[in-house]
Design a protein around this ligand. Structure first.
Ligand SMILES: Cc1cc2nc3c(=O)[nH]c(=O)nc-3n(C[C@H](O)[C@H](O)[C@H](O)COP(=O)(O)OP(=O)(O)OC[C@H]3O[C@@H](n4cnc5c(N)ncnc54)[C@H](O)[C@@H]3O)c2cc1C
Ligand code: SF4
Length: 550
């Protein structure tokens, strides 16, 4: 741009989910370059984030800043309550200075502006930043060049296997974008689980899902999770979150999450040794009192930058090579990362900003209050929401087939549901949350991401979990006050949306079944569903409703 710099140093900005030494914004860094990291209010409250999520990100950022400083870089860090960024050293994060926070910069733009002003605008020849994970933040960064009159280099995020540009090229030539075909491309590109000819999949198939999805036995043992004692840096962050976000959703403590790459690597090793062999078998299972079963819990550590997708996949492939885990488990796991994770990111950047506004079913119901409290007599929902409050984590089927399924069945506005998922999970950033929620769970994109809506009656939840045994509702009953609400809501959903769905080739059987129902059956389904939805709006309390009817 038009300023002639006094100095040839670059300002390298690292965002809260870019905590990787391999980050493109850190490539070719020179000793005179300065690194800026910022905790700002706008990022903490654009949705009401889980307290653990805020603490996890801030602690991860502070540890990463210290690590970079220890390696000799000039690192400046703006803590949430500070007016300006300060040079990082061991003492910076020891205590919190609880200033009135209204005065501190609220946005990235304000914080960067303050920093540049302090340095004198012509101190840096350019700003270097890796592309952010959210469209909203990209738009903001794109204003900086004009605002600050300094060149801004936005670099590709090379932590992903498929670049945004390559995904667009792949998508451009296709009428329908199915994950399975994209996944095969990623297998070939990475060489993961490929035969020696480098063209055919190991084991003769791309996908071993037919071997997966078993239900655990009653006495099934699940490995316990690794826990980490908070150090002084994390304790400082916990104090901050307790003070500034006292009414945040979810339990802040106990806080035993990994907050550095080194700790995340221990979680990866623990997963490979103890859970991966059973990952495929019990991928869809749900058990009362258990949150993760044989899942990895790695998404949060991957999305924040502690781990890279390829190193995780290579560790899993290595376990297969050493006969420590079967192919169905390893393939299923790798597919989630190089398939689903890369695919949803591609869809996000292909379709934003319109994607966020889609509402195929024109769903308008508000999100039930119990999504925030867990207080509902439906056991499946209360379990998943309580676990979410406790851990800020939940495995895929709990998100998709319990909370997502229910929201779709009752017709909650996609934007409200998306905000909830974005707020409550440790791993939630919009690039990954939005396609999963709006596209996969709610079918609000009309089938762009998935070929049919993921809805189920109580039978599926009963088959994959032990929730129904202790639920006040009866999963085998289809109609009436004791019936599992998922049962009548399921049929009501398809009846209500017949004009939009009946031509979907994957739903032929559903509509054949509906055509065999008599008028009275359909009427009862619709009446029970309408009553249920009305009660939900008025009371939020079905247990009371059920008792009254009894
Ligand atoms: C409604 C809904 C919202 C979701 N929101 C998020 C989110 O905000 N952030 C997020 O990372 N994942 C999200 N997912 C995907 C998935 O549920 C989580 O990645 C997974 O539950 C994380 O737990 P885990 O690490 O134990 O995963 P595992 O089951 O062990 O899977 C291994 C890894 O695969 C990746 N993965 C698996 N499924 C997906 C997927 N569908 N999309 C992207 N990556 C995937 C994750 O990185 C995960 O760590 C969402 C799914 C649904 C249905
Ligand atoms: S009976 Fe229905 S509401 Fe109760 S746990 Fe089972 S699926 Fe959920």
């Amino acid at each position: 741009m038009n300023k002639s710099p006094l100095c040839s140093s670059a300002l390298r900005i690292i965002l809260g989910d870019q905590l990787s030494e391999e980050l493109s914004a850190l490539k070719n860094i020179k000793p005179e370059d300065q690194i800026l990291m910022m905790e700002v209010w706008d990022e903490t409250n654009y949705v009401p984030h889980h307290a653990k999520k805020i603490a996890f990100i801030f602690s991860g950022m502070r540890h990463f800043a210290l690590k970079l400083a220890e390696k000799g870089h000039q690192v400046f860090y703006k803590t949430l309550l500070a007016d300006k960024a300060q040079k990082v050293d061991q003492s910076l994060f020891v205590s919190n200075n609880f200033n009135p926070h209204e005065l501190t910069p609220r946005s990235f733009t304000e914080a960067v502006e303050n920093f540049l002003n302090e340095k004198n605008n012509s101190f840096f020849e350019k700003i270097v930043i890796t592309e952010p994970g959210e469209y909203r933040v990209l738009k903001l960064i794109q204003t900086w060049e004009g605002l600050f009159k300094i060149p801004v280099e936005i670099l590709e995020d090379t932590r992903f296997i498929c670049s945004i540009k390559d995904f667009k090229t792949w998508a451009g030539a296709r009428k329908s974008l199915r994950m399975e075909f994209f996944y095969r491309e990623m297998r070939k590109k990475t060489g993961l689980l490929m035969d020696t000819d480098e063209k055919s999949p190991l084991g003769g198939a791309w996908n071993f899902d037919h071997d997966n999805r078993k239900t655990p036995k009653d006495n099934q043992h699940f490995p316990s999770e690794l826990k980490f004692t908070p150090d002084q840096v994390t304790i400082g962050v916990l104090e901050l979150v307790q003070t500034c976000f006292s009414s945040a959703f979810g339990q802040l403590k106990p806080f035993e999450l990994p907050v550095t790459r080194e700790q995340a690597l221990l979680v990866l090793k623990d997963f490979i040794d103890n859970r991966l062999p059973y990952f495929g078998d019990f991928q869809d299972a749900m058990v009362l009192g258990e949150n993760q079963l044989f899942h990895s819990t790695l998404s949060g550590y991957l999305n924040i930058g502690f781990l890279s997708p390829l190193e995780i996949c290579h560790a899993a492939a290595e376990a297969y090579q050493q006969s420590l885990a079967p192919l169905n488990a390893v393939e299923g796991f790798i597919r989630q990362i190089i398939g689903w994770r890369e695919y949803v990111r591609g869809i996000y950047w292909l379709k934003m900003p319109e994607y966020k506004t889609l509402n195929f079913f024109n769903a308008k119901q508000p999100l039930p209050d119990f999504y925030w409290t867990g207080n509902t007599s439906m056991r499946c929902l209360s379990h998943v929401i309580q676990m979410t409050k406790q851990d800020a984590q939940s495995h895929h089927i709990q998100r998709l087939m319990v909370t997502g399924n229910f929201a779709l069945l009752i017709g909650v506005s996609p934007q409200e549901v998306c905000d909830w998922y974005l707020a409550v999970y440790l791993d939630a950033y919009e690039w990954v949350e939005l396609p999963n929620t709006l596209g996969m769970a709610l079918f609000a994109d009309g089938g762009f991401l998935g070929s049919k809506p993921y809805v189920s009656s109580g039978a599926y939840i009963d088959k994959m979990s032990n929730f129904c045994k202790s639920c006040i509702y009866q999963v085998k009953k289809k109609i009436g006050p004791e019936a599992c609400p998922f049962n009548y809501l399921y049929w009501d959903f398809f009846i209500r949306h017949k004009p939009l769905l009946e031509k979907n080739p994957r739903l032929g059987i559903v509509y054949q079944q509906i055509s065999r129902m008599n008028l009275e059956q359909k009427q009862m389904i619709q009446n029970d569903s309408a009553n249920f939805r009305q009660n939900l709006l008025e009371t939020q309390d079905f247990y009371g409703e059920l008792k009254n009817k009894n």
